[in-house]
Design a protein around this ligand. Structure first.
Ligand code: MSP
Length: 664
């Protein structure tokens, strides 16, 4: 973790609607990163806020019969209340309608206009109203909006507007991205931006005539226009830390260390934003990190589908900290993930109720019944203790590394594994038997080491579950907040003789209750309870959703429940490029397109296919497989192939479908 300062931002959210789990995810992620960096001693600044101008907000206001400002004022409090409820520790909250922001946007516009980096011109082209973006004829896909996940009809527009000379910075931007591999992450998003930059970059239209849209920041040099909402919104990241108003503050925090975004707003952040900064001569952020999307079950979350997950309802039902934990543990950073109540309950019961909560209460019970309610003094460390110590400290180190590497899910998986190890240790050492046999040394040793493991894991989980982990620490007789990370990389910190708390159930087991009316709107029912399906490929036959009974699967085949299968996301992918991997005669490095995303995978098919044979084919990809390095080459997913003996054939599609389609 960097010893220097840490400045983290989230996108600022549109106030046209209420917050959903997509918003909650990014903000919790930023909070977790901020908390880890604070614990590691780095001065930290965390900014979030609201994007209040533009057509989306103006239209929502119109529908609600309010002025846009009223719309913003009533909606912004929902976001603020949610952040409070979710324990978000942002240092500032910026609203783009605040004078501190509008002043800076106008100053930048004026400066660029004076330097002729903004000029007026006639515009004739296509416009997507929901995305508020202009497109040229060649940008369109099938005559529709090319934006990922949009695809809606576009309108022809002819009007006079102001343009930012973005094209002028194209060469610089390409070089910059190439020379700064950490600027756009994950890697495949950098490639996506570089791919976008292969085409000539257009200048950016930064105005909207008031006669079409008046809800925005007025151009300082032409009162008939307001500022394009993205040009206005992106500036928040610097106005929030004193750009143009407090130089010392600005120098202290800018450039941002990590700007979190969703994959759909990649171009605005990796093309518009750096060129704008370059034009005003401000440093470029260290990292723009694009995460994937939460799907609900296997579907895109959308209002029309009625499957929008309400984070407030979820947190009310299951608690804030388990919700935070689930979101962080379930989504491999950068990839899409599936949100279902069942997956939540499964993870909660396994990781939290069983391996953590139950372990804690078992240890505390024994401490109370056989060690006078105080941390017992351990005897000499045996092989089992050494193993537990090593496994736990190793997991703590992995968690620290995972924060730096933006692989939180992996770090959390290591901590969960350390807890399983603690449970195994406990079962093996059988402290209750030591107590019965009157072996106080063995008893004390086991309890001490289990308590230490809980202290380390609990401390490392603190940024993810601050309230619950403060309770855990209190139960261990420690102050609420972990003082620093160093204690978490050492063993033997708990002082013998210190009083522990009463045994308590930190995470009571839960059952999913899809009948809860609040949650029924929070998560669409069929995403929680799979309907029985008949599938010719299902080993369990007619009802794949029922728990597999013995004998349901052919001998030697492990039957899996439908919800386990549901975890595997299969998607169609189009092979764009394929290469041999040097020094590995079985491997091909393959670049595939999955919807709007480009990915690299490594597949062991080189003995059966030459690279040129497979380019252009549409294959089936295991989309949510954790990334791995194969012979030092990054592989992001796995293709499906059928094999028998020496034969191998790729699984392809029986007809045309765009890449990125779900295979179910
Ligand atoms: N206002 C712009 C951002 C301006 S930043 C200078 C905006 N706002 S938004 O409210 O529409 O979306 C904010 C974020 O939510 C985006 O990062 C987007 O990727 C994210 N998400 C929207 N739906 C999502 C999921 N289903 N899952 C995860 N994140 C998703 O865009």
């Amino acid at each position: 973790m960097s010893a220097g300062k840490f400045y983290v931002t989230t996108p600022i959210y549109y106030v046209n609607d209420q917050p959903h789990i997509g918003h909650a995810y990014t903000t919790i992620l930023a909070d977790v990163l901020a908390r880890y960096h604070r614990l590691s001693g780095a001065p930290t600044f965390f900014l979030t806020g609201a994007d209040e101008h533009g057509q989306k907000v103006a239209r929502a206001a119109e529908r609600a019969g309010m002025t846009p400002q009223e719309q913003a004022d009533t909606t912004v409090v929902r976001f603020q209340a949610l952040w409070k409820r979710l324990g978000i520790t942002n240092d500032d909250f910026i609203r783009t309608t605040e004078p501190r922001h509008t002043r800076v946007v106008q100053a930048i516009l004026k400066d660029l206009h004076e330097r002729d980096d903004i000029y007026r011109a006639e515009y004739d082209g296509w416009y997507c109203v929901p995305c508020e973006r202009f497109y040229t004829e060649k940008d369109l896909v099938d005559g529709k909006c090319p934006e990922a996940g949009c695809g809606r009809p576009v309108e022809r527009i002819t009007e006079s507007n102001y343009f930012f000379r973005m094209s002028k910075y194209q060469g610089w931007l390409v070089d910059y991205i190439r020379q700064h591999p950490a600027f756009i992450r994950p890697d495949f998003r950098r490639n996506e931006t570089l791919g976008f930059l292969r085409k000539p970059l257009n200048d950016l239209c930064v105005s909207r005539p008031k006669k079409r849209l008046s809800w925005g920041i007025e151009l300082p040099f032409d009162r008939d226009f307001v500022t394009y909402v993205w040009f206005d919104a992106l500036v928040n990241y610097i106005t929030g830390v004193g750009y143009g108003s407090d130089d010392a503050l600005f120098r202290r925090w800018w450039p941002a260390s990590c700007q979190l975004i969703g994959k759909d707003i990649l171009t605005t952040h990796t093309v518009y934003w750096p060129t704008m900064l370059k034009a005003v001569n401000a440093p470029i952020p260290e990292t723009i990190f694009a995460h994937g999307w939460w799907l609900v079950g296997r579907d895109k979350m959308s209002k029309t589908e009625g499957n929008v997950v309400d984070p407030m309802a979820f947190a009310d039902r299951y608690g804030v900290d388990p919700f935070r934990y689930f979101l962080m543990a379930e989504m491999p950073l950068g990839q899409d993930a599936s949100f279902t109540e069942e997956a939540f309950v499964r993870r909660y019961n396994t990781d939290l109720a069983n391996d953590l909560g139950n372990m804690l209460s078992r240890v505390l019970k024994l401490v109370h019944s056989h060690a006078g309610g105080c941390v017992p003094a351990p005897g000499a460390e045996g092989a089992e203790e050494a193993h537990l110590r090593e496994a736990t400290l190793q997991a703590a180190r992995a968690m620290r590394t995972s924060v730096e590497a933006m692989e939180l899910d992996r770090g959390l998986a290591s901590l969960a594994a350390a807890l399983r190890e603690t449970n195994r240790y406990f079962e093996k050492r059988r402290p209750w038997a030591s107590a019965k046999a009157g072996d106080a040394t063995a008893l004390g040793t086991t309890l001490y080491h289990a308590l230490e493991a809980l202290r380390v894991v609990g401390g490392m989980l603190y940024p993810v579950m601050p309230e619950k982990m403060a309770e855990l620490r209190a139960a261990l007789g420690l102050p609420g907040q972990t003082s620093d990370f160093d204690d978490l990389t050492r063993w033997g910190v708990l002082a013998a003789g210190r009083r522990v708390g009463e045994p308590r159930s930190l995470f009571p087991r839960i059952e999913p209750d899809s009948r809860d009316p609040k949650l029924a709107t929070a998560v669409k029912k069929d995403a929680m309870t799979p309907t029985p399906q008949t599938s010719p490929t299902s080993p369990t036959g007619p009802s794949a959703s029922t728990a597999p009974t013995s004998g349901a699967a052919p001998v030697g085949v492990t039957a899996i429940a439908f919800d386990e299968f549901q975890k595997v996301q299969l998607r169609t992918a189009k092979i764009l490029e394929a290469y041999k991997v040097e020094g590995a005669d079985k491997l091909l490095r393959i670049v595939v397109e999955v919807g709007e995303e480009k990915r690299q995978i490594v597949a062991g098919i080189a003995k059966h296919y030459a690279p040129e044979q497979i380019v252009g084919k549409t294959i089936v990809l295991v989309y949510n497989l954790a990334p791995a390095k194969i012979r030092s080459v990054e592989s992001n997913g796995m293709l499906l192939a059928a094999t028998r003996g020496e034969q191998m054939r790729l699984v392809t599609l029986d007809g045309d479908l765009p890449s990125g389609a779900m295979v179910k």
